[in-house]
Design a protein around this ligand. Structure first.
Ligand code: ZN
Ligand code: ZN
Ligand code: ZN
Length: 700
């Protein structure tokens, strides 16, 4: 698409010599205000300036008003603003050229041939020279001239991403948005440059100006394929939204998905699959995206592809599978990963992960339940069986047999279950269907069984000897259960999922300045203190940590419940510990000479274990609980009193909001120790009260 040449009004350049003193920022801004007045003909220059500048500034000279009238006439006569807005017009003025200012009065170098001057100006960001050269040129096709590299000035402007020059050359000089570079090796169209640079603003302008979205370069690459190669997720999204052909192949038959996999851009692979890319598409060599990722040793891409159900058994033209390629290239961790995946999901169905949700949703309720139980039966069965077996063996077996058995079962329970907890496929999906109970069952089974044993055996002892401990211990046990369910079932503060379109609408500068804060899973700019939880696969406000015992995140909404849970747990465990300790002493007083309660020797302990095996085991079990609970509680209190979350303490260097201007630690959320603590425990002085109004859909 080409347009006629447009000569712009030179209004501001007439004002510049009179008003602008070199390097004077205030004056420069005044010129700008004066120039903006041209576009708004309802006000005089004087009125505008009076609004923007206070009376300390000198009044506008009568000549300025005259010149302004002249400029307005020029605009009215049809020169127009040429499709450029006032800001962009202003950026065309020599006085605004950053390059000139930095290089001090630069002129066009003598060595540049007259035919190459426009190329040079576009290549070096001199917008004003571009304008001068176009307006002084007699050649109406000046903008189409190709230099030795095969580039036109417009190509350079697109490659540089200089939006003002791009717009000027398009609107005022008639540049063609679909013309490709001339060298045999590249043949890039302007949109290819935008795709390579990930420049959404430019891409949007080109698309709106009539650029073809699936234009091919010399190697048959479409802009989408290039965006996938360079890993520009937002650009991929933008192009897909503008109907780019996701199945387009380059000359070797590779699609965008294969390129993203080859280069290892896991997030791009994920997005392309979500947008409908074919998983097991083969190129001319029979190579799939999974093959490419395996050949290159790209773990992130392999993970996403397998997760989405890519077929690992496919063979390419050399009769090799992905795993054989990985072995040949000696990517050992990758080989391990694929093997583990194949063992776990031989059928290719991978319930539990984010992408697999779509597959899960296609199943019937019964099928879903079956898959879920196949994966999670151990979570429910193991702790119940282990706890009952421990109780039975302690009660009915010789202690020399029952003790090793019990210790073994504790080890099995924790060592066997812990890896499952950190399994990526373990978290809840958006439908809440595949959330497993995490360590919930172990935690609860252990606690409830222990307290049952304790109350059963020591009820009379507690009533007569330790009534206070009994009351405190049992009531805090009740509180513990209450806050446990509160913390587990609360929505920890998941942030609303964003619309990718909104992200694209924010200006180029906004998101390119803060790419770290952009979550491309939730499509939101994360607010301060928020973090994306990989297990929940959601962004959580005021993220603390993902608690395996709850299998829920601890965030803004359930942090207080979590802290209260810790406090209640530790209190009840300490009470139980003291009670058990005293009971054992009393019960064995006739057999074991307890000269002093703290002078336990190994032989005395063995005797106690023999006499009261159940309670002595309970004692040790509770002791470990106290150590564990108290450690976490003290750590939590210490961090909370400093106004920090666990995540912030570990990663504060990454977060701008925890640093001062020199990059040193400075916490602006620190409201003083006592108030911080009150906040953390959700006591009423808090400015962020507990919010249980939003319950998550997944219950225990
Ligand atoms: Zn310049
Ligand atoms: Zn997120
Ligand atoms: Zn989480």
């Amino acid at each position: 698409m080409t347009g006629a040449r447009v000569v712009l009004p030179h209004a501001s350049s007439a004002l510049v010599p009179q008003l602008l003193q070199a390097g004077n920022g205030v004056e420069a801004a005044r010129v700008k205000a004066a120039f903006l007045a041209i576009t708004d003909t309802s006000q005089t220059l004087q009125q505008q300036q009076q609004q923007q500048w206070n009376s300390t500034h000198p009044a506008v000279l009568p000549e300025d008003e005259k010149m302004l009238e002249e400029d307005r006439r020029c605009v009215k006569q049809g020169a127009g603003l040429g499709g450029l807005n006032a800001e962009e017009l202003f950026a065309l003025e020599p006085a605004q050229c950053v390059v000139c200012r930095l290089t001090r009065d630069r002129t066009i170098p003598k060595c540049i041939a007259s035919t190459d001057r426009l190329h040079w100006a576009a290549r070096t960001d001199h917008a004003h020279y571009c304008r001068d050269l176009i307006e002084d040129s007699d050649d109406p096709g000046a903008v189409h001239i190709i230099d030795a590299k095969g580039f036109s000035p417009f190509h350079y402007a697109c490659q540089r991403g200089n939006f003002v020059i791009v717009k000027y050359l398009f609107h005022c000089a008639g540049a063609d948005v679909n013309a490709a570079t001339q060298a045999e090796t590249d043949r890039f169209a302007p949109l290819h440059f935008a795709a390579i640079n990930g420049d959404i603003k430019l891409a949007r302008f080109l698309m709106e100006s009539g650029a073809a979205v699936d234009k091919r370069d010399a190697k048959g690459n479409t802009p989408l394929i290039l965006a996938a190669q360079f890993g520009h997720l937002l650009m991929i999204h933008f192009l897909v939204q503008h109907a780019a052909d996701i199945a387009a192949r380059d000359q070797k038959g590779n699609q965008a998905l294969a390129w993203a996999a080859y280069e290892g851009h896991g997030d791009c692979v994920k997005h392309l699959i979500r947008a409908g890319a074919m998983l097991d598409n083969i190129d001319s060599q029979g190579t799939t995206a999974l093959h490419w990722a395996a050949i290159q040793g790209q773990m992130a891409a392999v993970e996403v592809l397998l997760d989405a159900g890519a077929d690992a058994s496919l063979r390419d033209s050399s009769n090799q599978t992905a795993i054989e390629h990985a072995k040949r290239k000696k990517h050992t961790t990758l080989v391990d990963f694929i093997q583990r995946h194949l063992r776990k999901f031989p059928s290719g169905l991978t319930p539990g992960s984010g992408l697999a949700t779509t597959i899960m949703l296609q199943l019937t309720e019964t099928e879903r339940l079956k898959h879920r139980l196949q994966r999670e039966w151990m979570f429910y069965l193991l702790p119940v069986v282990c706890n009952l077996a421990m109780l039975a063996s302690l009660s009915y077996m010789n202690w020399m047999l029952s003790w090793p058995l019990c210790l073994g079962m504790v080890v099995v329970m924790f060592a066997g279950g812990t890896p499952l907890l950190f399994d990526r496929t373990n978290g809840p999906d958006f439908d809440g269907n595949t959330r497993n109970p995490g360590m919930t069952t172990w935690f609860l089974c252990g606690m409830v069984l222990d307290v049952t044993i304790a109350v059963h055996r020591m009820w009379n002892f507690m009533l007569t000897h330790e009534p206070a401990l009994g009351v405190v211990g049992l009531s805090s046990f009740g509180f513990m259960l209450y806050w446990y369910f509160r913390a587990r079932m609360a929505n920890p503060g998941y942030l609303e999922m964003g619309d990718p379109q909104d992200v694209l609408r924010t200006t180029h500068a906004e998101w390119s300045e803060a790419p770290r804060n952009l979550c491309t899973t939730c499509w939101i700019i994360k607010p301060a203190r928020a973090k994306h939880c990989k297990i929940c696969n959601r962004c959580v406000s005021m993220f603390d940590h993902h608690c395996p015992w709850l299998n829920n995140c601890v965030g803004k909404n359930n942090r207080a419940a979590f802290m209260r849970l810790l406090l209640a747990f530790t209190t009840s465990a300490i009470c139980l510990l003291i009670c058990t300790f005293n009971f054992i002493q009393l019960a064995t007083a006739e057999i074991i000479p307890w000269s002093h309660p703290f002078m336990w020797t190994f032989s005395k302990m063995l005797m106690a274990a023999q006499q009261e095996p159940v309670l002595f085991f309970l004692f040790l079990y509770t002791l470990s609980g106290v150590c564990f609970g108290a450690t976490i509680l003290l750590q939590g209190i210490w961090l909370a009193s400093n106004g920090l979350t666990i995540n912030e303490q570990q990663n504060w260097q990454r977060y701008e909001w925890l640093k001062d201007d020199n990059g040193d630690y400075y916490n602006k959320y620190d409201r003083g120790r006592l108030r911080n603590l009150a906040d953390a425990f959700g006591i009423s002085v808090s400015s962020t009260p507990l919010d249980f109004s939003q319950r998550a859909a997944f219950w225990v």
